[in-house]
Ligand binder design. Structure first.
Ligand SMILES: [Fe+2]
Length: 206
């Protein structure tokens, strides 16, 4: 008997690699360090030992190209998943500079539909992987004995970062980043995207 498989409620992670990553990354890497120089304290969030900017890249003209690419990829994903056409995709984005030893604790991104990260500069594989935790809490009840993990039996899945690759996933999917064990900074840009009715500009009537 042939056994057929259906994947119900899969947890998607979409990735895309930019063709012009070398020149594009050189440009945004320069911007990232300039921003850190202008705000050395940054913000404390999920970063352990790392520097994180305020989530303001969406407001900055110099990051327009990155912002456009984030929104373009998320729109393409939304279309592939039958999000209503004509919706407005609003985002926030920020920079992470993780020196050797730095990591990001496991977390989710509340109040967003899609979240993601774009890797600008790193030394793989020592820079550490991004990892995702099984969101099916009921699956932890009794795990079967296995010889090797599959996507069905795994409790965590690791994905090795790659320079020039953008990763997008549902904002509710728990994730973190392993410690950077290389001798170079791991530099990335993270983002949240919210999809909703366009704002028409018509305020409430008085
Ligand atoms: Fe995150």
């Amino acid at each position: 008997m042939e056994i057929l498989t259906s994947a119900l409620f899969p947890s998607m992670v979409w990735t895309g690699l930019f063709d012009d990553r070398q020149t594009f990354n050189a440009h945004v890497l320069d911007l990232a360090y300039k921003m850190r120089d202008s705000d050395p304290d940054g913000v404390a969030n999920t970063n352990i030992m790392g520097w994180q900017s305020k989530n303001i890249l969406q407001q900055l003209e110099e990051f327009r190209e990155l912002n456009d690419r984030i929104l373009a990829m998320c729109r393409q994903i939304g279309e592939s998943q039958n999000f209503v056409p004509g919706m407005e995709y609003r985002h926030q984005a920020w920079i992470n500079i993780s020196p050797p030893g730095a990591s990001n604790r496991i977390h989710v991104h509340p109040n967003s539909h899609l979240s993601g990260v774009y890797y600008v500069s790193l030394k793989a594989p020592e820079c550490g992987s991004i990892f995702f935790r099984d969101p099916r809490t009921a699956a932890t009840m009794l795990r079967p004995p296995i010889t090797k993990e599959t996507h069905f039996t795994a409790s965590e899945v690791r994905m090795r970062p790659e320079e020039g690759r953008m990763y997008v996933f549902p904002s509710w999917l728990e994730h973190g980043v392993e410690p950077n064990q290389s001798d170079r900074d791991r530099v990335s840009m993270s983002f949240n995207v919210h999809v909703s009715e366009p704002v028409t500009g018509d305020g409430p009537s008085t």
